[in-house]
Design a protein around this ligand. Structure first.
Ligand SMILES: [Zn+2]
Ligand SMILES: [Zn+2]
Length: 103
């Protein structure tokens, strides 16, 4: 009888376990989707300023943290490793927030 009760309890709890499993899976999918979205914008060759000027994400930059000049991808300083959150438009100097810094 006790064994039967245990089985009944497991049967009653199984939908809860299933629901928990579904939550974990959905959460993992959402995380993966967000990661892919961020990777996609990080790999974008150019971003546009508010006035629509195209700006390459690779080039010569000055780090706002250590003031070093570095060459390459705008997102991270090659010297001190600080992440950039914005850079000025090469045409009109309007600040362009980097899309992958916004979560
Ligand atoms: Zn730096
Ligand atoms: Zn511009």
């Amino acid at each position: 009888m006790r064994r039967f009760q245990g089985l009944l309890l497991a049967l009653l709890l199984s939908p809860l376990y299933a629901a928990y499993g579904a939550v974990v899976i959905v959460r993992a999918i959402v995380r993966l989707y967000r990661f892919c979205g961020r990777a996609r914008v990080s790999l974008a060759r150019e971003v546009h300023c508010q006035n629509g000027h195209p700006n390459a994400t690779t080039g010569r930059w000055e780090c706002a943290s250590c003031r070093a000049q570095y060459h390459g991808w705008v997102g991270r300083c090659r010297v001190c490793g600080a992440g950039a959150s914005w850079f000025p438009c090469s045409t009109c100097q309007v600040g362009i927030p980097l899309p992958w810094e916004r979560t």
